[in-house]
Design a protein around this ligand. Structure first.
Ligand code: 0O2
Length: 210
């Protein structure tokens, strides 16, 4: 059978958009690695434990557009979805998150669109993370484009909770929903308390070293 011309054009535009999001991820990743390298030389420690990244899968893009009531078009996707390109930064301590976020946001080619501080204001389910939605410039052969990226910054504890919760419960329906949600919230609060203790220990060591 013949694939309609319009479908071929659509597929090419989608591929083009995904290529641009991938390039934007690379730009953000490089910025973060530069900061980590500099800070590790200056302070003899790496504030970043790990950088993960992903492009949102087409089925996930469609699900989110439908759930939010947006049209299922490429234009709607780029205009309405902030997290097609996602970079996740795992830090050792809560203070590192704010320090790193500040350094990123002060870079004059990073256009910050929105900040969601789910650490100072955790979600009702216990989710904690610092989200920056920003546009970064990417230089292509004939143009400079500002591409939107969601940067999630969190501690190891916040990340392990979010990964497991995402797998087990996030947006899940079912009979035990309330009980499971309460247990997960309990664990999230315990982990937040551990993060606080770790930060306190870290501050005590730093004071001793000063
Ligand atoms: P995925 O699979 O990571 O791509 P929403 O309405 O919650 O879908 P919105 O309005 O874009 O999301 O904003 P928000 O709340 O900042 O969520 C963006 C992303 O943050 C989510 O992307 C998740 O990665 C993460 N996140 C937000 N809330 C939670 C949560 O309660 N639990 C976990 N585990 N992650 C969360 P996606 O597209 O939902 O998922």
């Amino acid at each position: 059978f013949r694939v309609p011309e319009s479908m071929v054009a659509w597929a090419q535009q989608f591929q083009d958009a995904m290529m641009m999001y991938n390039c934007a991820i690379r730009e953000v990743k490089t910025k973060l690695e530069v900061l980590n390298d500099e800070l590790s030389v200056r302070n003899q420690r790496n504030p970043i434990e790990m950088i993960k990244y992903r492009i949102k899968q087409p089925h996930s893009i469609i699900e989110k557009l439908k759930r939010k009531g947006f049209p299922l078009t490429l234009q709607s996707m780029t205009e309405n979805l902030d997290d097609i390109a996602g970079v996740r930064v795992i830090c050792s301590f809560v203070d590192d998150i704010y320090a790193l976020a500040g350094m990123m946001m002060r870079q004059d080619d990073v256009h910050v669109l929105q900040i969601k501080d789910y650490i100072r204001n955790p979600k009702d389910n216990g989710y904690r993370s610092y989200h920056i939605i920003a546009e970064v410039p990417v230089y292509f052969s004939d143009q400079k484009s500002f591409i939107r990226v969601e940067i999630q910054i969190r501690t190891i504890a916040m990340d392990s909770w979010a990964s497991l919760e995402h797998e087990m419960h996030y947006k899940r329906e079912g009979g035990n929903r309330a009980l499971i949600a309460a247990e997960l919230k309990h664990v999230a609060d315990d982990l937040a308390s551990c993060d606080l203790s770790m930060q306190t220990i870290r501050n005590m060591i730093r004071e001793e070293e000063a």
